[in-house]
Design a protein around this ligand. Structure first.
Ligand SMILES: Nc1ncnc2c1ncn2[C@@H]1O[C@H](COP(=O)(O)OP(=O)(O)OP(=O)(O)O)[C@@H](O)[C@H]1O
Ligand SMILES: [Mg+2]
Length: 419
């Protein structure tokens, strides 16, 4: 009995121990299950995120494919509907692609394009030139642009390389634009331009000759006035003086009349001297521009106008044609001041600046609006136009600044050396 009790107790302890172990393992199992659940939840979250990313990538890819196909469609319709010839060639000159325009030009269906060569549609010489260009693009990897002619039509052709990822040239695109109309227009324009140029040269030559003629006429008239009319008047005056001295004591009234006639003759002689000097100032030929201008201004002083003359660096003598032109311009400017300006003061500057001679004539008169005088008319004033023409003939430039009530400033600049 005692033995049995002991065994029972031992059995009970084992049972309790087993229960304890069972409880612990249950507890561990529960904990493990919870941990597993946590991991599953975490993993699910991760999977969901990956899924979302994948979906986004797929959506983007679909979008890209869509826009790619849209742009390809656009590009295709552009290439197919253009009037330009577009084609793709390999190194041997075989067509890989031809757009609609090219195919219809050669009367080909799309499936008939592969396997055809450039040489089949072009003359031998043309093909040789083109193949040389094609070779250049394959070798250099850069575009070439050239004009070419075919059946009397003109084209502007651009050959551009299509490259592999490593930079080598895979094929060459050719875009050929017809420029027949533009080329003809250009040729016509060049012809018109040439005619205009010739016309302009003729006009320049003519006006140069006219100005020279004008000067020659003035010189001749001045000579005639001085040598013929002047001399005859001088001799007439001498005659009158002779008669005057012969009848001085006999006929008082006649003597007074002859005296008056002598006075008038002297007056006319003086006028002739002035006119012929204006027509051709001998002083210009003998002493040059600076002294002639200063003389011109001195004469004005006698007419009651204040004048200022400034000169700097001007050679005593230079090209007679230029001296004369500048003198004539100053002369006309001064005549204009006397005729129109109602001025009391004139400034004339003659300065050498770099390689140019600059003349300026300025007055303090009533001024005017210069724009009006730039219009050439059949009739009307010529002074300013001739001044401009003289400056233009000598590759110079004339500017005129004036405004009502603010005087007039005329300046002209001409190169000293012939260009
Ligand atoms: N210094 C000036 N002051 C005011 N007006 C001027 C002056 N210079 C020119 N003009 C104006 O410009 C116009 C044109 O001058 P331009 O020398 O061409 O002709 P013109 O003197 O009238 O005639 P022409 O010189 O042919 O005998 C003049 O009629 C005048 O109205
Ligand atoms: Mg005038």
């Amino acid at each position: 009995m005692e033995q049995l009790t002991k065994e029972l107790q031992a059995y009970q302890r084992r049972l309790e121990a087993q229960n304890e172990a069972l409880r612990k393992s249950k507890l561990a199992l529960a904990e493990a299950r919870e941990a597993l659940k946590d991991r599953i939840r975490e993993r699910t979250r991760e999977l969901e995120a990956t899924n979302r990313q994948l979906k986004e990538i797929v959506r983007e890819k679909i979008q890209m494919a869509d826009s790619l196909s849209i742009s390809e469609t656009r590009y295709r319709s552009l290439v197919e509907s253009t009037d330009d010839f577009i084609y793709l060639l390999n190194e041997e000159g075989a067509y890989l692609f031809m757009n609609n325009r090219t195919r219809s030009y050669y009367n080909l269906l799309p499936k008939e394009v592969p396997g055809r060569y450039y040489s089949e549609f072009h003359a031998k010489k043309q093909t040789a030139v083109f193949m040389e260009r094609l070779k250049q693009v394959f070798e250099r990897g850069t575009s070439i642009r050239q004009e070419h002619q075919q059946n009397g039509r003109y084209f502007l052709r651009t050959l551009s390389p299509v490259k592999n990822k490593d930079g080598t040239v895979r094929s060459v695109t050719v875009v050929s634009k017809e420029i027949t109309e533009e080329t003809r227009l250009h040729a016509d324009l060049s012809k018109i331009n040439e005619q205009l140029w010739e016309e302009q040269s003729r006009r320049i030559m003519l006006s140069r000759r006219l100005i020279n003629l004008l000067e020659e006429d003035r010189r001749r008239i001045a000579g005639d006035l001085h040598d013929q009319v002047g001399q005859r008047l001088t001799s007439l005056k001498l005659n009158l003086e002779q008669v005057h001295s012969e009848i001085r004591d006999q006929n008082g009234p006649l003597c007074a009349k002859i005296d008056e006639a002598i006075g008038k003759t002297s007056h006319v002689l003086n006028d002739i001297k002035n006119i012929s000097r204006e027509l051709r100032p001998a002083i210009l030929d003998s002493f040059g521009l600076v002294r002639s201008l200063s003389r011109l201004l001195k004469e004005l002083e006698q007419k009651g106008i204040r004048t200022h003359f400034f000169q700097k660096g001007v050679p005593e003598r230079f090209d007679p044609e230029k001296e004369l032109a500048l003198y004539r311009i100053a002369q006309e400017a001064i005549q204009n001041i006397m005729k129109h300006a109602n001025a009391s003061e004139i400034h004339v500057n003659l300065v050498k600046e770099k390689d140019n001679i600059c003349l300026s004539v300025e007055d303090n008169g009533i001024g005017f609006t210069p724009r009006i005088v730039n219009q050439v008319a059949e009739k009307g004033p010529l002074g300013l136009l001739i001044m401009r023409e003289r400056a233009f003939q000598l590759k110079g430039e004339l500017t005129l600044e004036s405004a009502a009530g603010r005087g007039t400033h005329l300046s002209v600049e001409i190169p000293l050396q012939n260009i």
